[in-house]
Design a binder for this molecule. Structure first.
Ligand code: OGA
Ligand code: NI
Length: 366
């Protein structure tokens, strides 16, 4: 199964040129996965029993937070802020319920993304691109195809929605109405979350938004086709998110796992809940108070699995906003741990390294 690098490169190019992604391979009816998708043994999922923890184990109860807060009930509000602080400092992840995004909107979002991937091949190919910096809507397979260590069993449609959304014509028809609607609701929720996160850092409610954490939003539909040999590959290799914050909508298939106290813990699909996680850039501005935690997605027999990740960042766009550890959090005992950078600098470095590479945060460490 050893392929030399030149061979792998040629196979990646051939795969890229099909413009049909992993779904194209599945549609062709393969029963064994092409070698570019085979991950080294050490990175593959372990047999289920030892790989995942039992979610009934009280130590590993994945945090779930009810966001229904009334500004007048200060006691309850304080409890929510405390729970968010605790989860952000330990898990780097939590789920939220009563988040204000209706089931109808989330269902339509899943439907729009699914219908995009199921469009006619020739129509879908027209959206295929790796010009992430200049195109607002790109469909591709493996954002880090040529830099990542291994190829993942997943296709992607990525839309830059904030600050400058695509023209309606740039969206594929199944996503044209729903993605702007979903975006406006995610932005509202994002502002609520950044408010609660600011308070849990002991800052003014508007602090994280004021410094620019909600300046950009990318909404990314992930499509994980059913895989004939899920034990040999990954849906998404281990990584932490480069961004400030991610709001993730996952369907009922499961497979998302988070590294917690040296265990890979399942993030249980929970109807109506959204998964929230702290990204590297929020860890950086919080000077390591909040944790950006590694996670991965297993490939599966049952697919397609669909998820929609909303990333708060301006990614590769040129912006003048610079980010460093927040001054109000620093003291003699807590000096800044990172040098200032822009979102573009950080994300570009992250993409160069690819998923499952080194820890990109270390590169910015003082
Ligand atoms: C990501 C990610 C998880 C998922 O896109 O960064 O971790 O469930 N996605 O698709
Ligand atoms: Ni992620």
């Amino acid at each position: 199964m050893l392929t030399n690098m030149g061979d792998r490169e040629a196979q990646l190019r051939a795969f890229d040129e099909t413009k049909l992604g992993v779904k194209g391979i599945v549609d062709a009816g393969v029963t064994t996965i092409p070698s570019i998708f085979i991950h080294p043994i050490s990175k593959r999922p372990l047999p289920q029993k030892t790989n995942t923890t039992n979610v009934d184990d009280a130590r590993f109860q994945f945090p779930i937070i009810d966001l229904r807060v009334s500004e007048n009930d200060l006691d309850h509000k304080k409890k929510v802020v405390d729970k968010i602080r605790e989860a952000s400092e330990t898990w780097g992840f939590f789920q939220v319920i009563n988040h204000g995004i209706s089931d109808e909107v989330t269902e339509d979002t899943f439907k729009g993304v699914k219908e995009f991937f199921e469009l006619d091949d020739e129509v879908k190919k027209g959206y295929y691109s790796r010009d992430y910096a200049n195109k607002k809507v790109t469909y591709h397979s493996n954002t880090d195809l040529y830099t990542g260590l291994a190829t993942n069993w997943r296709d992607t449609i990525a839309c830059t929605m904030v600050p400058n959304p695509p023209h309606p014509d740039e969206f594929p028809p199944p996503c044209r109405e729903i993605l702007p609607e979903y975006t406006s609701q995610v932005m509202k929720l994002g502002k609520v979350l950044f408010g609660l996160l600011s308070e849990s850092l002991g800052l003014q409610q508007t602090h994280l938004c004021d410094i620019g954490c909600a300046e950009g939003l990318n909404v990314v539909g992930q499509y994980y086709p059913a895989c004939p040999q899920p034990e040999l590959t990954m849906g998404t290799a281990k990584h932490a998110d480069s961004v400030f914050l991610t709001i993730l909508l996952q369907d009922q298939i499961g497979g998302l796992q988070v590294l917690h106290q040296d265990h890979w813990v399942d993030v249980p699909p929970t109807p109506g809940a959204l998964v929230i996680n702290i990204g590297d850039h929020l860890q950086l501005v919080s000077n390591d108070k909040f944790k950006s935690v590694e996670h991965k997605v297993l490939a599966n027999y049952k697919g397609p699995r669909i998820s929609v990740a909303s990333f708060f960042t301006t990614f590769y766009q040129e912006t003048s906003t610079r980010f460093g550890p927040i001054k109000e959090l620093l003291s003699e005992e807590n000096p800044p741990k990172y040098r200032e950078n822009t979102a573009k600098e950080y994300n570009t470095y992250f993409l160069e390294k690819g998923l499952d590479g080194t820890f990109p945060l270390l590169h910015f460490r003082l």
